[in-house]
Write a protein that binds this ligand. Sequence first.
Ligand code: ADP
Ligand code: ZN
Ligand code: ZN
Length: 748
Amino acid sequence: MVARVTLEIALGREFDYTIPEELLPRVEVGSRVRVPFGPRQAMGCVTALLDHSPHARLRPILQVVGAQPLITPKVLALARWVAEYYCCPAEIALKSVLPEAVRREEAGWRERLCVRMTPVSGPFPKLTRRQNDVWQVIEEWRELPLQELLRLTGTTAETVRRLEDKGLIAIAPRVAERDPYANETILPSSPLTLNPEQQRALGEILAALERPNPTPRPVPGEPARVFLLHGVTGSGKTEVYLQAIAHTLGQGRGAIVLVPEISLTPQTVERFKSRFCHGPLQTLVAVLHSHLSSGERHDEWHKIRQGRARIAIGARSAVFAPIEPLGLIIVDEEHEHSYKQEETPRYHARDVAVLRAQKEGAVVVLGSATPSLESYYNARQGKYRLLELPTRVDNQRLPIVRVVDLRHEVRRERGSPILSPLLREAILQRLERREQVILFLNRRGYANALQCPRCGHVVGCPNCSVALTYHRTNHRLCCHLCGHWENPPNACPQRECRSPAIRYAGIGTQRVEEALRRQFPQARIQRMDSDILQRKEDYRRILGDFRTGRIDLLIGTQMIAKGLHFPNVTLVGIVLADMSLHIPDFRAAERTFQLLTQVAGRAGRGDIEGEVIVQSFTPFHSAIQYARRHDFISFYEQEIEFRRELSYPPLARAALLTLRGRNEDKVRFTTDHLHGLLTEAFHDETDYILGKPAPAPLLRAEGFYRYQILLRTRQMLRTSRRLAAIHHRLNLPEGVTLAIDVDPVNLA
Ligand code: ADP
Ligand code: ZN
Ligand code: ZN
């Protein structure tokens, strides 16, 4: 018997090894093995078992690591598809399907000594008073950690050993699972009675779950298996998810719930745990996300692998969770860009979820208040089934949205006010009524740039083509891309100018905070952005303070835009809506629409109607106007026309090829060369558009120049194979790298 193995250290190839007799029962597809590699040893993963190898003189596998293969054949197949579609080596795709902590196994299971009662045979031994005291405690607990026992009884380990000698107890190492939510009490919850719209949506999902042997690919005319659940914020999507999951568990299958990292709050997790921690379907809910310690991540993952946890909740990478058999995948906030991994393998978790479900006969539900154009387009094309929840639960009205034209304000006040009179009044009113306010601005820092009013010079980062952001707290100019910082100059750095009148332009959250403190000295104000949040507790603490009313006014970046429920928030102010409109990306309008809708959804979730005030220099932009009217469909209709005219996604698929290097001429030259190769390679294809080589919108980042080629096609898998072949043959000059991003979400 021969095992084919991919090694973590040798990319692009697989190697064959013989399996020694004694290891035969333990080697399976997916097993992790230690093998000889040249003079060294290496770790690898078995990808196939063969009777014979075409190669001669094979060496044997040295060791099988772990009791159970980490990668199931299904996840292995998924990883191979990811590698092929997203143009990356299989080893890298394989690596990313396992959390680092599981792969390295360094954290391992935490063992600690536990004391356990043993059955007494014969007469009960005589105990000293001290021993008897300790025995009483053990008898009550039956089993407990040694440390705990010592603490409870105030005794020494010696005394406990005496009890062991007398045959009353056993002391042995035991695995103690780390539970990241150990300190939280979770109250059980039961299913709510659904309103008719929820019922209809759930009904369709359950019918799909019941369908026997679903076809592996959508057949024209047959109902799709992917669902797009389009429901405004607060329309009860999560309740539909919960009941669909309950049904899946009842079928003996498991579920994966994907949530954007940023909305993976304790609140969210608790809603799932509280539904499934009790009752007949009782199961463990495993949580996978980056805020866990590596030990916690290890344990959570193994709970899934061992089949004890039947529900996995997590961010992007949870799409690879080894739930088997898999019945349902939920992708909440499916439009979120954080589902796309911005390093190889550059996969999109939503798209991987759809593919995985197809392969494993599972149902996918994509949920959003503002679906991505891609998903909505698929629904319109009949590829996905559209389910709609157009109203909030309890028929609460959507908040009233008012748009303030900042151009008028500037004329009136001469200089850009941070808070227009309308917004200022509205805040004052809420403070008087003891209601809460959220202010949103998508830029941290104090001011976005230091600009000279005389010559217009903006102080930029020496490594990146962006302006430096001023941070007042430490009086520094910082680059949000590369982390470069410097002290602000006293005069314009331009040699010909040197004007001392250089000043701060634009605004960041720190500056808004300062303005608020000045204008509302009586209010309790808290800022929340990544500068404030240094530890994971900060996030919980601030949200906790806000929930319990210890904060009146929360100002923050997109961190506060998503998925939080605060019934007492009746006003949301968007300080500057234009921020995301002017990024050089064809999705700028879509992003702005989504962001405004999401932020607006924070207002008025309680009994009082909410109000949203949007300040903008371009108040008539369609993204702002349609968001104001909560009109996703009209926005979609207009935006899809624009995409169609330019053959942008979702009308075609795109691959972005980015070349990077410190020497600009070399990078440009290589880009031209690659463009030539691509023209040649695709000369027989008609269904593609090859863009011209161009400097990236962000030409320089972290000291590297970047040039790009954008390729658009309707046949991405075929194109990916060709790109991989070209990449393989391409002889890149020293110091230049190529990144291939299939279905990019970020063009800068
Ligand atoms: P979404 O996920 O669409 O934002 P949620 O599922 O969080 O909406 O629902 C919003 C609120 O409404 C939650 O507090 C939830 O408990 C409640 N809710 C949802 N469905 C119902 C229902 N059928 N009856 C009563 N309350 C409901
Ligand atoms: Zn100047
Ligand atoms: Zn920089």
